[in-house]
Design a protein around this ligand. Structure first.
Ligand code: ATP
Length: 249
């Protein structure tokens, strides 16, 4: 077992994963995520983005391969240790907003902080500040059912950012949002990550979303592929359409 490079907060080597029904998930993926980097994981639907994020965060145990977080092996951890790691160091945003219906908005937002041992008063103050940043401070005392889907997703983003996780895994975080909401939430997320030194692994099949990241790795059928962008060519009737072409190899 060889320890990963020092400046990689997350490092995966030759990850293989197969779903319970036998479907292939990941086939030998290796990658490094640098500290404070925003890394986009791109690729078409079904290419393995969600599966990769779940393996990297320790939610799914890979069949083989290695995952390291800050030079600590995750692949050899017990399920309880992986759960503690996720609770204390990682954040997660799903494509659909999942909130506890019995708790109001600020209580939902403060939940991960309180699970990490932060007192209720401090957790509430932090939660309210993040809700303000996401323009939903006025909904703090409402129940999730009283919010629109887009507002609920903003709550999920605030909840994920509030504890300032070491790594935030964001799986198509703006999928339920309209274009204007999407731009605002993405900007808030990336600005907050950069100012708090949060490393982000962002799964997206949207090139405009990926453009906000520092770097993109692309997947196809559970494998990493390299995207080669063709150099721009003057647009003529003959070359029209080629300038934006890219080739995955
Ligand atoms: N629980 C599961 N059981 C069996 N197969 C699954 C399961 N989850 C995903 N798959 C399959 O594994 C492959 C990768 O799925 P995954 O959700 O990781 O891709 P994705 O790139 O995140 O797709 P999307 O953009 O649609 O979310 C797909 O072929 C999918 O059908």
């Amino acid at each position: 077992m060889v320890a990963p490079p020092d400046n990689d907060v997350l490092w995966a080597r030759a990850l293989h994963f197969r779903h319970n029904d036998g479907s292939p998930g990941l086939s030998g993926i290796s990658l490094g995520v640098r500290e404070s980097e925003i890394l986009a994981v791109g690729g078409p639907r079904g290419s393995g983005k969600t599966t990769l994020l779940r393996c990297l965060s320790g939610l799914l145990p890979a069949r083989s391969g290695e995952i390291w977080f800050n030079s600590v092996p995750v692949h050899t951890m017990t399920p309880a240790a992986r759960e503690r790691l996720r609770r204390e160091r990682f954040g997660w945003i799903d494509p659909v907003p999942l909130l506890v219906p019995e708790l109001n908005v600020w209580e939902n937002t403060a939940l991960p902080l309180m699970l990490r041992g932060t007192g209720r008063r401090r957790a509430k103050t932090a939660a309210l500040a993040w809700l303000e940043r996401l323009d939903i401070g006025d909904r703090a005392r409402r129940r999730p059912e009283e919010l629109t889907q887009a507002e609920r997703q903003r709550v999920c983003v605030a909840r994920a950012l509030a504890p300032a996780p070491a790594v935030l895994f964001a799986d198509e975080p703006t999928a339920p949002l309209h274009r204007v909401d999407r731009a605002h939430v993405l900007r808030t997320l990336t600005t907050a990550a950069r100012s708090h030194g949060i490393t982000v692994v962002l799964a997206t099949h949207d090139a405009r979303t990926a453009a906000l990241a520092d770097r993109t790795v692309s997947l196809l059928d559970g494998r990493r592929v390299h995207t080669v962008h063709l150099p721009p060519v003057p647009v003529t009737a003959e070359t029209e359409g080629r300038a934006t072409c890219s080739l995955s190899v």
